[in-house]
Design a protein around this ligand. Structure first.
Ligand code: NAI
Ligand code: MG
Length: 488
Protein backbone atom coordinates (compact mmCIF):
# COMPACT_ATOMS: atom_id res chain seq x y z
CA UNK A 1 0.00 0.00 0.00
CA UNK A 2 3.06 2.22 0.16
CA UNK A 3 2.57 3.72 -3.26
CA UNK A 4 -0.82 5.00 -2.12
CA UNK A 5 0.57 6.84 0.86
CA UNK A 6 0.59 10.33 -0.61
CA UNK A 7 -2.57 12.25 -1.28
CA UNK A 8 -3.63 13.06 -4.79
CA UNK A 9 -3.76 16.82 -5.15
CA UNK A 10 -5.53 17.56 -8.38
CA UNK A 11 -7.66 20.40 -7.14
CA UNK A 12 -5.26 23.31 -7.20
CA UNK A 13 -4.11 22.70 -10.74
CA UNK A 14 -7.55 22.62 -12.40
CA UNK A 15 -9.43 25.86 -12.81
CA UNK A 16 -12.49 25.97 -15.02
CA UNK A 17 -13.82 29.03 -16.78
CA UNK A 18 -17.54 29.54 -16.53
CA UNK A 19 -19.48 27.69 -19.21
CA UNK A 20 -23.13 28.68 -18.83
CA UNK A 21 -25.75 27.15 -21.11
CA UNK A 22 -27.72 29.90 -22.82
CA UNK A 23 -31.35 30.48 -21.94
CA UNK A 24 -32.33 32.68 -24.87
CA UNK A 25 -33.80 29.76 -26.82
CA UNK A 26 -36.39 28.73 -24.26
CA UNK A 27 -39.96 29.90 -23.95
CA UNK A 28 -41.59 30.07 -20.56
CA UNK A 29 -44.99 31.69 -20.13
CA UNK A 30 -45.64 34.01 -17.20
CA UNK A 31 -48.56 31.86 -16.13
CA UNK A 32 -49.61 28.27 -16.86
CA UNK A 33 -53.14 26.89 -16.94
CA UNK A 34 -54.28 23.28 -16.64
CA UNK A 35 -54.09 20.99 -19.66
CA UNK A 36 -57.51 19.34 -19.79
CA UNK A 37 -59.29 17.80 -22.77
CA UNK A 38 -56.71 19.04 -25.26
CA UNK A 39 -56.75 22.68 -24.14
CA UNK A 40 -55.10 24.88 -21.57
CA UNK A 41 -57.92 25.97 -19.25
CA UNK A 42 -58.08 28.23 -16.22
CA UNK A 43 -58.52 26.53 -12.85
CA UNK A 44 -62.11 26.71 -11.56
CA UNK A 45 -61.07 28.58 -8.43
CA UNK A 46 -58.59 30.80 -10.27
CA UNK A 47 -55.70 30.04 -7.94
CA UNK A 48 -52.07 30.14 -9.09
CA UNK A 49 -48.87 29.30 -7.21
CA UNK A 50 -45.32 30.36 -8.07
CA UNK A 51 -42.66 27.92 -9.15
CA UNK A 52 -39.23 29.03 -7.98
CA UNK A 53 -35.71 28.62 -9.33
CA UNK A 54 -34.03 26.91 -6.35
CA UNK A 55 -30.58 28.21 -7.30
CA UNK A 56 -31.55 31.89 -6.82
CA UNK A 57 -35.00 31.90 -5.15
CA UNK A 58 -36.48 33.83 -8.10
CA UNK A 59 -39.98 33.20 -9.38
CA UNK A 60 -40.05 31.56 -12.82
CA UNK A 61 -43.78 31.36 -13.51
CA UNK A 62 -47.21 31.16 -11.92
CA UNK A 63 -48.77 27.72 -12.14
CA UNK A 64 -52.45 26.82 -11.70
CA UNK A 65 -53.50 24.93 -8.61
CA UNK A 66 -56.11 22.34 -9.51
CA UNK A 67 -58.99 21.88 -7.08
CA UNK A 68 -61.19 18.78 -6.77
CA UNK A 69 -63.50 20.32 -9.42
CA UNK A 70 -60.62 20.60 -11.89
CA UNK A 71 -59.56 17.03 -11.13
CA UNK A 72 -63.11 15.95 -11.87
CA UNK A 73 -63.06 17.74 -15.24
CA UNK A 74 -59.75 16.06 -16.11
CA UNK A 75 -61.00 12.60 -15.12
CA UNK A 76 -64.23 13.12 -17.11
CA UNK A 77 -62.18 14.14 -20.17
CA UNK A 78 -59.99 11.07 -19.78
CA UNK A 79 -63.08 8.86 -19.43
CA UNK A 80 -64.67 10.30 -22.59
CA UNK A 81 -61.44 9.79 -24.52
CA UNK A 82 -60.96 6.23 -23.30
CA UNK A 83 -63.52 4.59 -25.57
CA UNK A 84 -62.05 5.64 -28.90
CA UNK A 85 -58.42 5.60 -27.73
CA UNK A 86 -58.65 2.05 -26.40
CA UNK A 87 -60.32 0.94 -29.63
CA UNK A 88 -57.65 2.46 -31.83
CA UNK A 89 -55.26 -0.12 -33.26
CA UNK A 90 -51.97 -0.56 -31.43
CA UNK A 91 -50.22 0.51 -34.60
CA UNK A 92 -52.00 3.88 -34.63
CA UNK A 93 -51.45 4.43 -30.91
CA UNK A 94 -47.78 3.64 -31.38
CA UNK A 95 -47.49 6.39 -34.00
CA UNK A 96 -48.64 9.02 -31.52
CA UNK A 97 -46.28 7.78 -28.81
CA UNK A 98 -43.45 7.79 -31.33
CA UNK A 99 -44.33 11.36 -32.30
CA UNK A 100 -44.09 12.49 -28.67
CA UNK A 101 -40.60 10.92 -28.48
CA UNK A 102 -39.48 12.71 -31.64
CA UNK A 103 -40.75 16.08 -30.45
CA UNK A 104 -38.97 15.71 -27.11
CA UNK A 105 -35.79 15.01 -29.05
CA UNK A 106 -36.31 18.02 -31.27
CA UNK A 107 -36.83 20.29 -28.29
CA UNK A 108 -34.32 18.53 -26.04
CA UNK A 109 -32.24 21.63 -25.37
CA UNK A 110 -35.24 23.62 -24.28
CA UNK A 111 -36.45 20.80 -22.04
CA UNK A 112 -33.00 20.42 -20.48
CA UNK A 113 -32.63 24.11 -19.63
CA UNK A 114 -36.13 24.33 -18.16
CA UNK A 115 -35.55 21.18 -16.10
CA UNK A 116 -32.40 22.70 -14.59
CA UNK A 117 -34.02 26.10 -14.01
CA UNK A 118 -37.07 24.72 -12.26
CA UNK A 119 -35.51 21.89 -10.24
CA UNK A 120 -31.86 22.86 -9.70
CA UNK A 121 -30.17 19.84 -11.29
CA UNK A 122 -26.92 20.33 -13.26
CA UNK A 123 -27.46 20.96 -16.97
CA UNK A 124 -24.99 18.17 -17.72
CA UNK A 125 -27.41 15.72 -16.15
CA UNK A 126 -30.66 17.09 -17.58
CA UNK A 127 -29.03 17.37 -21.02
CA UNK A 128 -27.31 13.96 -21.05
CA UNK A 129 -29.54 11.82 -18.84
CA UNK A 130 -33.05 13.08 -17.98
CA UNK A 131 -34.19 14.34 -21.36
CA UNK A 132 -32.66 11.65 -23.64
CA UNK A 133 -33.97 8.93 -21.31
CA UNK A 134 -37.44 10.48 -21.32
CA UNK A 135 -37.47 10.42 -25.13
CA UNK A 136 -36.17 6.84 -25.07
CA UNK A 137 -39.01 5.72 -22.83
CA UNK A 138 -41.54 7.02 -25.34
CA UNK A 139 -39.64 5.39 -28.22
CA UNK A 140 -39.44 2.09 -26.38
CA UNK A 141 -43.13 1.90 -25.45
CA UNK A 142 -44.14 3.12 -28.91
CA UNK A 143 -42.58 -0.12 -30.08
CA UNK A 144 -44.74 -2.24 -27.77
CA UNK A 145 -48.08 -0.64 -28.72
CA UNK A 146 -48.79 -3.06 -31.60
CA UNK A 147 -47.06 -6.05 -30.01
CA UNK A 148 -49.02 -6.50 -26.80
CA UNK A 149 -50.19 -9.91 -27.95
CA UNK A 150 -46.55 -10.98 -27.96
CA UNK A 151 -45.87 -9.43 -24.55
CA UNK A 152 -48.70 -11.50 -23.05
CA UNK A 153 -49.16 -14.50 -25.34
CA UNK A 154 -52.66 -16.06 -25.29
CA UNK A 155 -53.83 -13.75 -22.52
CA UNK A 156 -55.69 -11.02 -24.46
CA UNK A 157 -54.44 -7.92 -22.60
CA UNK A 158 -56.92 -5.04 -22.36
CA UNK A 159 -56.40 -1.50 -21.07
CA UNK A 160 -57.64 -0.74 -17.58
CA UNK A 161 -59.22 2.68 -18.17
CA UNK A 162 -58.29 6.03 -16.63
CA UNK A 163 -54.88 6.14 -14.95
CA UNK A 164 -54.17 8.75 -12.26
CA UNK A 165 -50.43 9.37 -12.12
CA UNK A 166 -48.62 11.37 -9.45
CA UNK A 167 -44.92 12.08 -9.81
CA UNK A 168 -42.12 13.62 -7.70
CA UNK A 169 -39.71 16.49 -8.24
CA UNK A 170 -36.40 14.68 -8.60
CA UNK A 171 -36.74 13.56 -12.27
CA UNK A 172 -39.74 15.58 -13.46
CA UNK A 173 -39.86 14.91 -17.21
CA UNK A 174 -38.39 11.42 -16.91
CA UNK A 175 -41.00 10.36 -14.37
CA UNK A 176 -43.74 11.79 -16.60
CA UNK A 177 -42.35 9.62 -19.42
CA UNK A 178 -42.16 6.51 -17.20
CA UNK A 179 -45.81 7.00 -16.36
CA UNK A 180 -47.39 8.21 -19.60
CA UNK A 181 -45.56 6.07 -22.20
CA UNK A 182 -46.65 2.58 -21.02
CA UNK A 183 -50.18 3.84 -20.22
CA UNK A 184 -50.68 5.14 -23.78
CA UNK A 185 -49.04 2.15 -25.44
CA UNK A 186 -51.53 -0.16 -23.70
CA UNK A 187 -54.58 1.99 -24.56
CA UNK A 188 -55.27 3.77 -21.26
CA UNK A 189 -55.99 7.46 -20.80
CA UNK A 190 -54.17 9.61 -18.28
CA UNK A 191 -54.50 12.33 -15.65
CA UNK A 192 -50.96 13.24 -14.56
CA UNK A 193 -49.87 15.58 -11.78
CA UNK A 194 -46.26 16.76 -11.57
CA UNK A 195 -44.76 17.86 -8.24
CA UNK A 196 -45.45 21.39 -7.07
CA UNK A 197 -41.79 22.52 -7.15
CA UNK A 198 -41.10 21.22 -10.69
CA UNK A 199 -44.19 21.53 -12.90
CA UNK A 200 -42.64 23.24 -15.94
CA UNK A 201 -41.32 20.38 -18.06
CA UNK A 202 -44.59 18.47 -17.62
CA UNK A 203 -46.39 21.58 -18.88
CA UNK A 204 -43.95 21.77 -21.82
CA UNK A 205 -44.77 18.13 -22.43
CA UNK A 206 -48.45 19.11 -22.54
CA UNK A 207 -47.54 21.55 -25.33
CA UNK A 208 -45.72 18.77 -27.18
CA UNK A 209 -48.69 16.45 -26.75
CA UNK A 210 -51.02 19.13 -28.10
CA UNK A 211 -48.64 19.75 -30.99
CA UNK A 212 -48.52 16.08 -31.96
CA UNK A 213 -52.29 15.93 -32.35
CA UNK A 214 -52.98 13.30 -29.71
CA UNK A 215 -56.80 12.98 -29.50
CA UNK A 216 -58.11 15.36 -26.84
CA UNK A 217 -58.56 14.01 -23.34
CA UNK A 218 -56.13 11.10 -23.79
CA UNK A 219 -53.52 12.90 -21.67
CA UNK A 220 -54.50 15.56 -19.14
CA UNK A 221 -51.80 17.33 -17.14
CA UNK A 222 -52.90 19.18 -14.05
CA UNK A 223 -50.79 20.98 -11.48
CA UNK A 224 -51.07 21.42 -7.74
CA UNK A 225 -49.70 20.03 -4.49
CA UNK A 226 -50.67 17.19 -2.13
CA UNK A 227 -54.35 18.09 -1.99
CA UNK A 228 -54.65 17.91 -5.77
CA UNK A 229 -52.87 14.55 -5.67
CA UNK A 230 -55.29 13.30 -3.03
CA UNK A 231 -58.25 14.39 -5.20
CA UNK A 232 -56.91 12.22 -8.02
CA UNK A 233 -56.38 9.28 -5.67
CA UNK A 234 -59.89 9.58 -4.22
CA UNK A 235 -61.76 10.19 -7.47
CA UNK A 236 -64.19 7.29 -7.88
CA UNK A 237 -63.82 7.08 -11.66
CA UNK A 238 -60.04 6.57 -11.69
CA UNK A 239 -59.16 2.92 -12.34
CA UNK A 240 -55.47 2.89 -11.61
CA UNK A 241 -53.08 4.94 -9.52
CA UNK A 242 -49.36 5.07 -10.26
CA UNK A 243 -47.38 6.97 -7.65
CA UNK A 244 -43.71 7.81 -7.22
CA UNK A 245 -42.70 9.75 -4.12
CA UNK A 246 -42.26 9.44 -0.39
CA UNK A 247 -43.03 6.26 1.54
CA UNK A 248 -45.25 8.32 3.84
CA UNK A 249 -47.56 9.48 1.03
CA UNK A 250 -47.35 6.01 -0.54
CA UNK A 251 -48.77 4.50 2.64
CA UNK A 252 -51.55 7.08 2.68
CA UNK A 253 -52.44 6.21 -0.92
CA UNK A 254 -52.40 2.52 -0.15
CA UNK A 255 -54.92 3.07 2.63
CA UNK A 256 -57.04 5.40 0.49
CA UNK A 257 -57.34 2.85 -2.33
CA UNK A 258 -57.76 -0.24 -0.13
CA UNK A 259 -61.10 -1.91 -0.77
CA UNK A 260 -61.74 0.02 -4.00
CA UNK A 261 -61.52 -1.26 -7.59
CA UNK A 262 -58.38 0.82 -8.15
CA UNK A 263 -55.16 -0.88 -9.14
CA UNK A 264 -52.04 0.57 -7.54
CA UNK A 265 -48.32 0.70 -8.12
CA UNK A 266 -45.97 2.50 -5.73
CA UNK A 267 -42.37 3.51 -6.27
CA UNK A 268 -41.19 4.91 -2.96
CA UNK A 269 -38.03 5.63 -1.04
CA UNK A 270 -34.75 3.77 -0.68
CA UNK A 271 -31.50 3.48 1.22
CA UNK A 272 -29.35 1.66 -1.30
CA UNK A 273 -26.21 -0.23 -0.25
CA UNK A 274 -23.10 0.31 -2.34
CA UNK A 275 -20.64 -2.49 -1.56
CA UNK A 276 -16.93 -2.26 -2.35
CA UNK A 277 -14.80 -5.40 -2.06
CA UNK A 278 -11.04 -5.22 -1.61
CA UNK A 279 -10.51 -6.80 -5.04
CA UNK A 280 -12.52 -4.09 -6.84
CA UNK A 281 -10.93 -1.70 -9.32
CA UNK A 282 -10.59 0.99 -6.67
CA UNK A 283 -10.41 4.13 -8.81
CA UNK A 284 -13.49 3.08 -10.78
CA UNK A 285 -15.25 2.19 -7.56
CA UNK A 286 -14.52 5.65 -6.14
CA UNK A 287 -16.09 7.22 -9.24
CA UNK A 288 -19.00 4.85 -8.75
CA UNK A 289 -19.44 5.95 -5.14
CA UNK A 290 -19.50 9.59 -6.26
CA UNK A 291 -22.05 8.88 -8.97
CA UNK A 292 -24.15 6.74 -6.64
CA UNK A 293 -24.65 9.43 -4.00
CA UNK A 294 -24.00 12.83 -5.61
CA UNK A 295 -25.90 12.31 -8.89
CA UNK A 296 -28.83 14.79 -8.84
CA UNK A 297 -27.72 16.14 -5.42
CA UNK A 298 -28.61 12.74 -3.96
CA UNK A 299 -32.31 13.34 -4.70
CA UNK A 300 -32.50 9.83 -6.06
CA UNK A 301 -34.71 7.07 -4.66
CA UNK A 302 -32.17 4.43 -5.73
CA UNK A 303 -29.10 6.43 -4.58
CA UNK A 304 -26.21 4.44 -3.10
CA UNK A 305 -26.55 6.28 0.19
CA UNK A 306 -25.03 3.58 2.40
CA UNK A 307 -21.44 2.72 1.53
CA UNK A 308 -19.92 -0.57 2.72
CA UNK A 309 -16.18 -0.94 2.18
CA UNK A 310 -14.27 -4.11 2.94
CA UNK A 311 -12.08 -3.33 5.93
CA UNK A 312 -8.79 -4.15 4.21
CA UNK A 313 -9.46 -1.53 1.51
CA UNK A 314 -11.24 1.03 3.70
CA UNK A 315 -8.34 3.42 4.38
CA UNK A 316 -7.46 3.64 0.73
CA UNK A 317 -11.04 4.02 -0.52
CA UNK A 318 -11.94 6.65 2.06
CA UNK A 319 -8.82 8.67 1.39
CA UNK A 320 -9.43 8.63 -2.35
CA UNK A 321 -13.07 9.47 -1.78
CA UNK A 322 -12.18 12.50 0.32
CA UNK A 323 -9.73 13.65 -2.33
CA UNK A 324 -12.35 13.22 -5.01
CA UNK A 325 -15.12 15.12 -3.27
CA UNK A 326 -12.72 18.02 -2.78
CA UNK A 327 -12.82 18.43 -6.57
CA UNK A 328 -16.58 18.47 -7.04
CA UNK A 329 -17.90 21.73 -8.43
CA UNK A 330 -20.97 23.03 -6.64
CA UNK A 331 -22.94 25.92 -8.06
CA UNK A 332 -24.97 27.26 -10.96
CA UNK A 333 -27.03 24.37 -12.37
CA UNK A 334 -26.82 25.93 -15.83
CA UNK A 335 -23.00 25.89 -15.85
CA UNK A 336 -21.79 22.88 -17.86
CA UNK A 337 -18.97 22.30 -15.36
CA UNK A 338 -21.27 21.94 -12.38
CA UNK A 339 -21.30 18.57 -10.62
CA UNK A 340 -23.71 19.39 -7.80
CA UNK A 341 -26.54 21.83 -8.38
CA UNK A 342 -29.13 23.35 -6.05
CA UNK A 343 -31.20 21.45 -3.51
CA UNK A 344 -34.71 21.25 -4.95
CA UNK A 345 -36.60 23.21 -2.28
CA UNK A 346 -36.18 24.99 1.05
CA UNK A 347 -38.20 22.19 2.64
CA UNK A 348 -35.86 19.51 1.30
CA UNK A 349 -32.80 21.53 2.36
CA UNK A 350 -34.19 21.71 5.89
CA UNK A 351 -34.75 17.94 5.89
CA UNK A 352 -31.14 17.33 4.83
CA UNK A 353 -29.69 19.84 7.30
CA UNK A 354 -31.75 18.26 10.03
CA UNK A 355 -30.29 14.83 9.22
CA UNK A 356 -26.75 16.25 9.23
CA UNK A 357 -27.44 17.68 12.71
CA UNK A 358 -28.83 14.30 13.84
CA UNK A 359 -25.70 12.55 12.53
CA UNK A 360 -23.44 14.89 14.50
CA UNK A 361 -25.57 14.52 17.60
CA UNK A 362 -25.39 10.74 17.33
CA UNK A 363 -21.60 11.01 17.34
CA UNK A 364 -20.74 10.31 13.72
CA UNK A 365 -17.59 11.84 12.20
CA UNK A 366 -18.31 14.29 9.38
CA UNK A 367 -16.23 15.19 6.32
CA UNK A 368 -17.13 18.03 3.95
CA UNK A 369 -14.85 19.69 1.39
CA UNK A 370 -13.86 23.30 1.94
CA UNK A 371 -16.12 24.84 -0.66
CA UNK A 372 -17.96 28.13 -0.69
CA UNK A 373 -21.64 27.81 -1.34
CA UNK A 374 -23.57 30.52 -3.24
CA UNK A 375 -25.30 33.04 -0.95
CA UNK A 376 -28.82 32.82 -2.34
CA UNK A 377 -30.69 29.66 -3.21
CA UNK A 378 -30.62 26.21 -1.58
CA UNK A 379 -27.23 24.56 -1.29
CA UNK A 380 -25.65 21.66 0.56
CA UNK A 381 -22.00 20.62 0.45
CA UNK A 382 -21.30 16.95 -0.35
CA UNK A 383 -21.08 15.21 3.00
CA UNK A 384 -19.52 11.99 4.26
CA UNK A 385 -20.31 10.44 7.64
CA UNK A 386 -17.82 7.96 9.11
CA UNK A 387 -17.89 5.94 12.32
CA UNK A 388 -21.55 5.15 12.04
CA UNK A 389 -23.36 1.99 13.06
CA UNK A 390 -26.50 0.20 11.91
CA UNK A 391 -28.59 1.84 14.62
CA UNK A 392 -27.79 5.43 13.61
CA UNK A 393 -30.81 7.24 12.20
CA UNK A 394 -28.70 8.56 9.31
CA UNK A 395 -27.98 4.92 8.41
CA UNK A 396 -31.60 3.79 8.62
CA UNK A 397 -33.59 6.70 7.20
CA UNK A 398 -33.73 8.15 3.71
CA UNK A 399 -32.05 11.58 3.61
CA UNK A 400 -32.55 12.31 -0.10
CA UNK A 401 -29.56 14.63 -0.30
CA UNK A 402 -25.78 14.58 -0.94
CA UNK A 403 -25.02 12.73 2.29
CA UNK A 404 -23.21 9.38 2.38
CA UNK A 405 -22.87 7.13 5.44
CA UNK A 406 -19.82 4.87 5.44
CA UNK A 407 -19.39 1.52 7.19
CA UNK A 408 -16.90 -1.29 6.85
CA UNK A 409 -17.26 -5.09 6.74
CA UNK A 410 -15.02 -8.15 6.78
CA UNK A 411 -16.99 -11.05 5.29
CA UNK A 412 -19.58 -11.52 2.57
CA UNK A 413 -22.18 -12.82 5.01
CA UNK A 414 -21.67 -9.80 7.22
CA UNK A 415 -22.20 -7.31 4.39
CA UNK A 416 -25.30 -9.10 3.12
CA UNK A 417 -26.76 -8.97 6.64
CA UNK A 418 -25.94 -5.29 7.02
CA UNK A 419 -27.08 -4.30 3.52
CA UNK A 420 -30.45 -6.02 4.02
CA UNK A 421 -30.94 -4.44 7.44
CA UNK A 422 -33.23 -1.67 6.16
CA UNK A 423 -36.97 -1.19 5.74
CA UNK A 424 -36.29 -0.42 2.06
CA UNK A 425 -35.33 -2.61 -0.90
CA UNK A 426 -34.89 -0.57 -4.05
CA UNK A 427 -31.28 -0.72 -5.19
CA UNK A 428 -27.76 -1.91 -4.43
CA UNK A 429 -24.33 -1.88 -6.05
CA UNK A 430 -21.51 -4.44 -5.92
CA UNK A 431 -17.91 -3.69 -6.85
CA UNK A 432 -15.60 -6.68 -7.29
CA UNK A 433 -13.59 -8.33 -10.04
CA UNK A 434 -15.06 -11.74 -9.17
CA UNK A 435 -18.16 -12.81 -11.09
CA UNK A 436 -19.02 -15.44 -8.48
CA UNK A 437 -19.25 -12.77 -5.77
CA UNK A 438 -21.49 -10.67 -7.99
CA UNK A 439 -23.90 -13.58 -8.52
CA UNK A 440 -23.86 -14.49 -4.85
CA UNK A 441 -24.73 -10.93 -3.82
CA UNK A 442 -27.35 -10.31 -6.49
CA UNK A 443 -29.16 -13.41 -5.26
CA UNK A 444 -28.99 -12.47 -1.62
CA UNK A 445 -29.55 -8.73 -1.56
CA UNK A 446 -33.21 -7.74 -1.18
CA UNK A 447 -33.20 -5.02 -3.78
CA UNK A 448 -35.15 -4.51 -7.00
CA UNK A 449 -32.04 -3.42 -8.89
CA UNK A 450 -28.47 -4.55 -8.23
CA UNK A 451 -25.77 -2.88 -10.30
CA UNK A 452 -22.42 -4.65 -10.75
CA UNK A 453 -19.34 -2.44 -11.11
CA UNK A 454 -21.51 0.56 -11.95
CA UNK A 455 -24.37 2.53 -10.38
CA UNK A 456 -27.42 4.60 -11.34
CA UNK A 457 -27.61 3.21 -14.87
CA UNK A 458 -31.08 3.39 -16.37
CA UNK A 459 -32.52 1.90 -19.52
CA UNK A 460 -36.11 1.84 -20.75
CA UNK A 461 -35.84 -1.86 -21.55
CA UNK A 462 -35.03 -2.91 -18.02
CA UNK A 463 -37.61 -3.08 -15.22
CA UNK A 464 -37.22 -0.91 -12.14
CA UNK A 465 -38.99 -1.14 -8.78
CA UNK A 466 -38.70 -2.17 -5.17
CA UNK A 467 -39.29 -4.57 -2.33
CA UNK A 468 -40.60 -3.90 1.16
CA UNK A 469 -41.20 -0.20 1.92
CA UNK A 470 -39.72 0.82 -1.44
CA UNK A 471 -43.06 -0.09 -3.01
CA UNK A 472 -44.33 -2.56 -5.56
CA UNK A 473 -44.91 -2.87 -9.28
CA UNK A 474 -42.31 -2.46 -11.99
CA UNK A 475 -41.72 0.36 -14.45
CA UNK A 476 -39.71 -0.05 -17.62
CA UNK A 477 -39.29 -3.04 -19.86
CA UNK A 478 -41.96 -5.59 -20.66
CA UNK A 479 -42.76 -5.70 -16.94
CA UNK A 480 -43.76 -2.03 -17.09
CA UNK A 481 -46.71 -2.86 -19.39
CA UNK A 482 -48.30 -5.17 -16.86
CA UNK A 483 -49.69 -2.59 -14.38
CA UNK A 484 -51.62 -1.03 -17.29
CA UNK A 485 -53.41 -4.12 -18.60
CA UNK A 486 -56.07 -6.53 -17.41
CA UNK A 487 -56.86 -9.97 -18.76
CA UNK A 488 -60.11 -11.66 -19.70
P1 NAI B 1 -44.11 13.68 -1.59
O1 NAI B 1 -44.30 12.21 -1.56
O2 NAI B 1 -44.96 14.53 -0.71
O3 NAI B 1 -44.36 14.21 -3.08
C1 NAI B 1 -44.42 13.40 -4.23
C2 NAI B 1 -45.69 13.71 -5.03
O4 NAI B 1 -46.83 13.34 -4.28
C3 NAI B 1 -45.88 15.19 -5.36
O5 NAI B 1 -46.43 15.30 -6.65
C4 NAI B 1 -46.88 15.65 -4.31
O6 NAI B 1 -47.62 16.76 -4.70
C5 NAI B 1 -47.76 14.41 -4.19
N1 NAI B 1 -48.50 14.28 -2.94
C6 NAI B 1 -48.19 14.78 -1.71
N2 NAI B 1 -49.13 14.44 -0.81
C7 NAI B 1 -50.04 13.69 -1.48
C8 NAI B 1 -51.26 13.05 -1.08
N3 NAI B 1 -51.68 13.08 0.16
N4 NAI B 1 -51.95 12.36 -2.02
C9 NAI B 1 -51.51 12.29 -3.29
N5 NAI B 1 -50.39 12.90 -3.72
C10 NAI B 1 -49.66 13.59 -2.83
O7 NAI B 1 -42.60 13.98 -1.34
P2 NAI B 1 -41.92 15.29 -0.64
O8 NAI B 1 -42.70 15.71 0.55
O9 NAI B 1 -41.70 16.28 -1.70
O10 NAI B 1 -40.53 14.69 -0.15
C11 NAI B 1 -40.40 14.11 1.12
C12 NAI B 1 -39.45 12.96 1.10
O11 NAI B 1 -39.94 11.95 0.25
C13 NAI B 1 -38.07 13.25 0.56
O12 NAI B 1 -37.24 13.77 1.52
C14 NAI B 1 -37.63 11.90 0.09
O13 NAI B 1 -37.08 11.18 1.17
C15 NAI B 1 -38.89 11.23 -0.37
N6 NAI B 1 -39.08 11.28 -1.83
C16 NAI B 1 -38.84 10.15 -2.55
C17 NAI B 1 -38.98 10.17 -3.92
C18 NAI B 1 -38.70 8.97 -4.75
O14 NAI B 1 -38.40 9.10 -5.91
N7 NAI B 1 -38.82 7.78 -4.22
C19 NAI B 1 -39.35 11.39 -4.64
C20 NAI B 1 -39.65 12.51 -3.78
C21 NAI B 1 -39.49 12.43 -2.43
MG1 MG C 1 -39.29 25.06 -9.20
Amino acid sequence: MRNHATNTTFKASWKYSEAPESTDHIQIKKQYDLYIDGNFVKPVKGKYVDTINPSNDKKIAGVAEASAEDVDLAVKAARRAFKSWSNLSGRERGKYVFRIARLIQERAREFAVIESLDGGKPIRESRDIDIPLAANHFFYYAGWADKLAYAFPNRHPKPIGVAGQIIPWNFPLLMAAWKIAPALATGNTVVLKPAETTPLTALKLAEVIQQCGLPKGVVNIITGAGETGASIVNHPDVDKIAFTGSTEVGKYIQKATAGTHKKLTLELGGKGANIIFEDAAIDQAVEGIINAIFFNQGHVCCAGSRLFVQESAADLVIRKLKDRIDTLIIGDPLDKNTDIGAINSKKQLETIQNYIAIGLKEGAEIYQPKCTLPKTGNWCAPTLFLNVSQSHRIVQEEIFGPVLVIQTFRTIDEVIEKANNTPYGLSAGVWTQKGSKIFHLTQNLNAGVVWANTFNKFDPTSPFGGYKESGYGREGGLHGLKPYVKFD
